[in-house]
Design a binder for this molecule. Structure first.
Ligand code: LIP
Length: 274
């Protein structure tokens, strides 16, 4: 069977790539309208702890994104942070976070974005992360490279953690017991960390060479599906995030340049693949 016969038609993948860039930025701009009126938003605490929040903005943007994608590709599956999963037997499945960094969004911190990734036969294939606050659209498609707007991006050339900043994330979901030991090892090794509340943005910054790596003790697929393609196409390395129940249950995640990845993986230890 030729490669062309084993994939969805490549011209259809090109059309999905064009669509994801358009829809991600459209959604991010719609998000800005909610953001500028955030004092009027009703915020719900949806998780086991108060930090896990959601607003009408998250829900309405996800409905908007799902409808725009289905207009052109009704046969595709969809996994959304707010609306759940449908059509997972499809060859192409969209994985969407309408507002990544929701706690930042509702509290008036500018570090939030829209993240839309596409899996083809279960593999991250293309995606976009749109940051309307800074007018940046990070996007990538397998085999075509990674970009911010129209500029190609590559992971950091830093030789080790001492020559850059490492992005980090954690939550009360699971795995937080590994966070402080990791930070301790990072600092003892001469590294430094930042947490801005949006995993999708920090993963995009790894692809753009702004961070040398990103580690989160547990992250959801909708936060990172687009970022996995960005980092791979920018020459970086990703942990096996989608193993097991990664798509619907999440996993720990490490993404980094090839030089820095082993150093961070050693600091994290066996919990990375647990
Ligand atoms: C957030 C992630 C972040 C994680 C938070 C939260 P949300 O996504 O981007 O990396 O640490 O717990 O999951 O909930 O804002 O879409």
């Amino acid at each position: 069977m030729t490669q062309a016969e084993t994939l969805p038609r490549l011209d259809h993948l090109a059309a999905r790539y064009a669509l994801v860039r358009q829809v991600a930025m459209e959604a991010a701009r719609r998000g800005m309208t909610y953001y500028q009126q955030r004092e009027q938003l009703h915020v719900e605490h949806k998780g086991a702890v108060p930090q896990d929040v959601v607003s009408i903005a998250d829900r309405e943007l996800e409905v908007f994104i799902k409808a725009r994608l289905a207009e052109q590709f009704p046969e595709d599956g969809f996994v959304g942070e707010e609306g759940g999963a449908a059509g997972l037997q499809a060859r192409c499945v969209w994985v969407v976070d309408p507002i990544d960094g929701t706690s930042c969004f509702v509290n008036g911190l500018h570090t939030w974005c829209v993240s839309i990734g596409l899996l083809v036969d279960g593999q991250p294939w293309l995606g976009a992360v749109a940051d309307a606050n800074h007018n940046e659209l990070f996007h990538a498609c397998r085999g075509l490279g990674a970009y911010v707007n129209d500029t190609p991006i590559r992971v950091s050339p830093a030789a080790d953690i001492r020559y850059g900043v490492t992005g980090v994330g954690t939550s009360h979901r699971r795995g937080k017991e590994h966070f402080i030991p990791f930070l301790t090892g990072l600092l003892e090794g001469g590294g430094m960390f930042i947490r801005n509340g949006s995993g999708a943005l920090m993963i995009a910054y790894v692809a753009a060479g702004r961070l040398v790596g990103y580690y989160e003790t547990h992250i959801n697929s909708w936060d990172c599906a687009a970022g996995l393609v960005l980092v791979s196409e920018a020459g970086g390395r990703c942990s096996d995030f989608l193993r097991g129940d990664g798509l619907l249950g999440g996993n720990p995640l490490l993404v980094a340049s090839a030089q820095v990845y082993p150093q961070l993986a050693e600091l994290i230890g066996p919990s990375l693949e647990a």
